[in-house]
Design a protein around this ligand. Structure first.
Ligand SMILES: Nc1ncnc2c1ncn2[C@@H]1O[C@H](COP(=O)(O)OP(=O)(O)OP(=O)(O)O)[C@@H](O)[C@H]1O
Ligand SMILES: [Mg+2]
Length: 297
């Protein structure tokens, strides 16, 4: 069952619609994004992306710097709006857990007949706010913690908008801090923690909202290799139990192979291939994919 569907998503930066159409016409003829930029002056973020992300999968988006990874993920919580295309999200996918009992919700089969996808580009401001509070959470590359708040306040932050008492919020925050392997640090401030610990707080904060979609843009890229490997293991272990839909951006093919059930490869704003690590290895769509996979036999 698809959780997120991108249909013909294109993003041309800093261009009005006529200008964007002229850039897209060149892209449709097969011109690459560098040449389009040279000829028109407009940056191509994405061109004609069609991508289905399944409910409960950990989907990696991989590609070199400037290939459009951040542009893509930012569409999913509408930090960026596309030049054209549609983004459908199934809001009936229920991966919600409860802080005290996380065994039930995730093992229940998703009822396909109740599937009800919305085009998130059509949401009004209030609906968008609700969507961001209830459906998508984000983990940032540079952690994005609030420096003057303690660890537990940071984790509970996303719950403040819900009508919950402080003690209830903190109980949930404490549960998730424990889940990511951070106990007894709830009264520390972010700058008292190592990078790896800060990102565990970032992860706990995103999980505490219990939203079904988790967006991670280079979330582990700023960490040392050993700590990074530990966080990858932790994410995989959590995913086993929580069954979230995770969109995980990385420019590191080793990381993509380790954590991704499927990997989508971007090049110059185009989606080159989506597949399991084995698909990409055995049937690379082009030289770009082949080069990434060559050393990974
Ligand atoms: N705000 C912006 N204005 C103009 N062009 C932009 C903007 N943001 C991104 N771009 C361009 O869009 C293209 C894709 O950028 P994006 O940041 O999505 O790539 P990325 O794959 O995330 O790269 P990195 O690995 O460096 O983070 C690049 O050519 C970039 O210069
Ligand atoms: Mg990026």
């Amino acid at each position: 069952m698809n959780h997120i569907q991108l249909k013909n998503i294109s993003k041309i930066y800093n261009a009005n619609s006529t200008q964007a159409q002229s850039a897209m016409a060149l892209l449709a003829e097969g011109m690459d994004s560098v040449a389009v930029k040279e000829q028109t002056g407009y940056s191509v973020g994405l061109y004609d992306i069609n991508l289905n992300i399944k409910a409960g999968e950990l989907h990696c988006i991989m590609g070199l710097s400037g290939s459009g990874k951040s542009t893509l993920i930012r569409h999913l919580n509408r930090l960026i709006d596309p030049t054209s295309g549609e983004i459908w999200v199934n809001t009936t996918v229920n991966t919600k857990t409860h802080a005290k009992d996380n065994t039930q919700a995730n093992t229940a089969p998703v009822d396909e007949s109740s599937s009800n996808a919305i085009n998130i580009l059509e949401l009004n401001d209030k609906q968008l706010q609700h969507y961001r509070q209830q459906t998508v959470s984000m983990v940032f590359q540079h952690f994005g913690l609030v420096p003057h708040m303690t660890v537990i306040q940071n984790v509970a932050y996303g719950l403040r908008v819900r009508k919950m008492s402080v003690s209830e919020r903190h109980e949930i925050a404490r549960y998730w801090l424990n889940e990511v392997g951070l106990t007894n640090l709830e009264h520390s401030y972010p700058d008292e923690l190592s990078g790896g610990m800060q990102q565990r707080v970032g992860l706990a904060r995103a999980l505490a909202t219990d939203n079904p979609i988790l967006l991670m843009d280079e979330a582990f890229s700023a960490l040392d290799p050993l700590i990074r490997a530990q966080l990858q293991d932790q994410l995989l272990e959590l995913q086993e139990r929580l069954n979230k839909t995770i969109v995980f951006i990385t420019h590191d093919i080793d990381e993509a192979i380790k954590v991704g059930q499927r990997i989508s490869i971007l090049n110059g704003g185009r989606l080159v291939q989506t597949g399991t690590p084995s698909d990409l290895r055995h049937n690379p769509a082009d030289d770009y994919v082949e080069q990434f996979m060559r050393a990974k036999a």
